[in-house]
Write a protein that binds this ligand. Structure first.
Ligand code: IVH
Length: 748
């Protein structure tokens, strides 16, 4: 088998052939293991092939197969991980569902311990985090093992993955010689939403909720994948300890915090059921704004000596109980399905529901994701909800978690009205009537109307004035919508012409609802103030698909000027088209191979229509330079290229640029030895993550590229560096190890 490091020099054809081979080998291994109960491959070999497959897919995202083994994680549950027998069992908790259950819990504790009703008895009360539990074993202060709960006695060894979680310390100072720290791995709402957005942009599967995302991310055979997932950890318990952490639960949590763990700030000591229930109510009120999912409150007897007297029933402790929140699920009727059109033209179906209370909040709208979701299919054509489609008139189950947008999770076929019809997803934009097109591999149908589509135009304007873009005081989403509706602002540049066009307009503006002379004058001043804008913010403000804040900054740092960027994009255009053509051709081939006649022909026709563009050397070099920018992949580059090549959009963008004074990125510290240098990181970094290394380098004015070329000035090669190091040596490029690099930038 080839080494992972040679992937950089694989040609597309080689990569495609190898991915095919890997899909076959791994498919056979899965079948042999599951279907035939007769494994043909060791776990190690299986993992290695899977990692190889993932690495090739990362380098050639466009070659990822419909039947990629990467999407079959979980098909081989847990066998990829070695087993860990817990020194102290990991148990679950009994449940309380109402206030009486809480009083009963206190009564049963007192009864067991023979404590009268008048003797004070303290409990801790803390949120029950909705994630998955993890046990971390430290020996002489060093993290040696991390294990999932598994069946409580035997869990999975996920040590490599746990090490990628920044809330989990590698080393502890002043800890007992043996310390097992237990707690919950979870994903915050923001991170969950961003992860799902990324997954769907890449055509990967999305997660139903943050808990699934956390579980799926922690239980990855490739810790490189876990590293990219924003997991967090709250410590709330312990297993084996060589000396007690404290004599109270509250004290022990405090000690864990002192040792460097994140502990939940809502943990509180309560004197009896009344205070516990009051704290439960207070946590319930804060639930929607915590930023992560919780599903109840856990009460624990505070005195650890009493805890050990109380001990355990077969699977639950006598000294603790979980007071659950009411279910965040409810059934209601789907009254209609509306289609909303977003900034990039995406048509999003929204369920209009007969209002229903879900976990204490009234819900009347919920997302239906996309047309496949409504039809009961996932992005790869497999079934979801057992293939049940969703129809107007149906009785549907609504799911809400924290402040995540509610979604329609299920449908009750028994209650389906006889005349209910399958939902016809529109093929034209409901806002402007332009064709709504669904590209190969995209789960989303998009309006092709661009700025002539009022919905897209308004969304683009809202994006343009958002905080991370122009951030104009007094001009928020609401005002932009109002101006658009009134015809004062039709396209981006109009914002900066408001004073000229409507300058006397102060008069007109102040007569409008919500505006007075002062606020009108202030608005025009605030707009003028933002004519001077950073290149990165400007690029981000354009609202081009795939181009987020980070990519905009990477582009700004690389091209340093708007003119340089547009010239490069113009030069690269033929290569961008060739990229699209190759993509289509590849899809056509795959469809033929998979015997999907009709769809194969569509792709063939599309491919033929744009084929025959042979990019010249200049175009190819400009394209290679663009996708060589670290963080800029072919999909993003092609999207950017398409936007600038669309005549209407180009005119609108240039018109806007005319109104502005676009600033190059800040000059780096003059004394930085790496200012203006192009650097490439390869191999494993040991002192910091790749993301941190990149940020440091950029802060010092360096450009970070993803691959080695003649333009590379410095290669920083950690252990495991392969073909990049070889190429750098051939090109005579300076190569440093991580320490050498840190010494160069004066960071030791
Ligand atoms: S204490 C012996 N505290 O809930 C009991 N568990 O339903 C140890 N959980 O498996 C657990 N937040 O995954 C405890 N603050 C908290 C918790 C918590 C979430 C989870 C944990 C446990 C499950 C039991």
């Amino acid at each position: 088998m080839r080494k992972t490091s040679d992937i950089d020099v694989l040609s597309e054809a080689e990569a495609m052939a190898e991915l095919e081979q890997l899909a076959k080998q791994l498919g056979q291994a899965n079948q042999a293991y599951h279907g035939d109960d007769a494994p043909v491959m060791s776990d190690d070999d299986y993992d290695r092939l899977k990692r190889r497959n993932a690495a090739i897919e990362e380098k050639f995202p466009e070659l990822k197969r419909g039947d990629s083994p990467s999407d079959q994680v979980g098909a081989r549950p847990s066998d990829g991980f070695s087993k860990v027998t817990h020194a102290v069992r990991m148990l679950s908790l009994g449940n309380a569902f109402d206030d009486d259950d809480v009083t009963d819990f206190d009564g049963s504790v007192r009864k067991y311990l023979n404590i009268g009703p008048d003797t004070p008895l303290a409990y801790t009360s803390e949120p029950k985090i909705d994630g998955l539990s993890l046990s971390l074993r430290y020996e002489t202060g060093v993290l040696v093992q991390a294990a999932t709960r598994g069946d409580g006695s035997v869990g999975e060894n996920v040590t490599a993955n746990a090490r990628t979680i920044s809330d989990i310390p590698e080393r502890l100072t002043g800890a007992p010689d043996v310390l097992e720290v237990r707690g919950e791995v979870y994903m915050a709402h923001d991170d969950f939403a961003a992860l799902n957005a990324r997954q769907s942009e890449n055509g990967d599967k999305t997660f139903a909720n943050p808990r699934n995302a956390a579980a799926g991310s922690l239980r990855q055979l490739d810790s490189g994948v876990t590293r990219k997932r924003p997991l967090r950890f709250f410590a709330y318990a312990w297993g084996e300890v060589s000396e007690p952490l404290s004599d109270t639960q509250y004290g022990a949590i405090k000690r864990l915090a002192e040792l460097g763990f994140s502990t939940n700030p809502l943990t509180q000591r309560c004197n009896g059921p009344d205070e516990m229930i009051a704290h439960y109510r207070s946590i319930e009120e804060q639930r929607a704004t915590l930023g992560y999912d919780i599903d109840g409150v856990v009460y624990k007897v505070d005195d650890l000596a009493l805890q050990s007297r109380l001990g355990f029933r077969s699977t639950t402790p006598r000294w603790a109980i979980a007071h659950k929140f009411p279910a965040e699920l409810a059934w209601t009727r789907l009254e209609s399905i509306d289609i909303q059109v977003g900034r990039t033209g995406a048509l999003s179906p929204v369920a209009r529901l007969t209002p229903v209370t879900v976990g204490g909040v009234v819900v009347s709208n919920a997302t239906l994701h996309n047309e496949d979701y409504i039809a009961g299919r996932d992005s790869r054509g497999g079934d979801i909800r057992g293939g049940k489609d969703i129809r107007v008139g149906d009785w549907v189950q609504v799911y809400r978690a924290g402040d995540v947008i509610p979604k329609v999770a299920d449908v009750d076929l028994e209650k389906r009205p006889k005349d209910a019809q399958p939902f016809q997803f529109p093929e034209t934009c409901p806002e402007c009537g332009s064709p709504a097109v669904r590209e190969e591999g995209d789960s989303v149908r998009r309006c092709s109307g661009g700025l002539i589509c009022p919905a897209q135009a308004v969304e683009k304007l809202r994006h343009m004035v958002s905080r991370a873009a122009f951030d104009i005081e007094g001009l928020g989403a609401k005002q932009v919508e109002q101006f658009y509706a009134d015809g004062w602002i039709a396209k981006p540049a109009d914002v900066f012409r408001l004073r000229d066009t409507y300058g006397s307009g102060i008069q007109q503006l102040k007569n409008r609802e919500g505006w007075g002379e002062t606020s009108a004058r202030k608005l025009f001043d605030a707009i003028d103030e933002k004519r001077r804008i950073d290149l990165a913010r400007f690029i981000f403000s354009l609202g081009i698909r795939h181009v987020g804040e980070v990519a905009a900054r990477d582009l700004a740092l690389h091209y340093l000027g708007w003119d340089a960027l547009t010239q490069a994009l113009d030069a690269a255009r033929p290569a961008a088209l060739a990229h699209r053509a190759a993509d289509e051709a590849e899809t056509a081939e795959r469809r033929v191979a998979q015997d999907e006649g009709r769809r194969a022909r569509i792709a063939e026709v599309r491919a033929a229509a744009i084929a025959g563009v042979a990019p010249g050397d200049v175009a190819q070099a400009a394209w290679d330079d663009l996708i060589g920018v670290d963080g800029i992949g072919p999909a993003l580059a092609a999207s950017l290229s398409d936007a600038l090549a669309n005549p209407d959009e180009r005119t609108a963008i240039e018109d806007l640029a005319q109104q502005l004074n676009i600033q190059p990125p800040d000059a780096p510290a003059a004394d930085s030895p790496v200012a203006g240098k192009t650097v490439v990181f390869t191999g494993t970094l040991e002192k910091m993550t790749r993301a941190e290394a990149k940020a440091r380098a950029e802060a010092l004015g360096a450009k970070v590229a993803g691959s080695v070329s003649a333009k590379t000035d410095i290669l920083i090669a950690g252990p495991g560096a392969g073909s990049k190091a070889k190429k750098a040596a051939e090109l005579g490029i300076d190569t440093l190890d991580e320490d050498g690099w840190l010494a160069l930038i004066g960071d030791t």
